[in-house]
Ligand binder design. Structure first.
Ligand code: THU
Length: 130
């Protein structure tokens, strides 16, 4: 799977964004280790803090379908600069794939790639031993 194709899926997914408050539509396309693609878009709420980002929608769709190993996630927004996932999404991505690539795209089709663990060094993990 090349990242241009994954980014195209993310762009298509952004068309379904529910963003009446920010008017900022985001799309994500998550590639699993076994080759499936799960897409997501941001879903806003009148109670703004309940908004869920495109990346977390894609992750929850994949996990709820039984897929937990991620190869890459492409994120698209119609911006000048490649979109950079928020801190909450980085933590959620780190739960399943610190080594996964994050493909950050923009309106011009340009993108940059960084690993989840590079975007969130020192992610929180629940260590229960004393
Ligand atoms: N948003 C995402 O969906 N992904 C990101 O990486 C950054 C922000 C959404 C949340 C909200 O609906 C809108 O973009 C503006 O913050």
């Amino acid at each position: 799977m090349n990242y241009e194709k994954l980014l195209e899926e993310a762009k298509k997914a952004s068309a379904a964004a529910y963003a009446p408050y920010s008017r900022f539509s985001v799309g994500a396309a998550l590639l699993t280790a076994s080759g499936e693609i799960f897409t997501g878009c941001n879903v806003e709420n009148a109670s703004y803090g309940l908004t869920i980002c495109a990346e977390r929608v894609a992750v929850t769709k994949a996990v709820s379908a039984g897929f937990r190993e991620f190869e890459a996630i492409a994120v698209y927004a119609p911006t000048q600069e490649p979109i950079s996932p928020c801190g909450a999404c980085r933590q959620v991505l780190a739960e399943f794939g610190p080594d996964a690539d994050v493909v950050m795209g923009n309106a011009r089709g340009a993108y940059v790639v960084a690993k989840v663990k590079e975007l969130l060094p020192g992610a929180f993990t629940l260590k229960t031993e004393l």
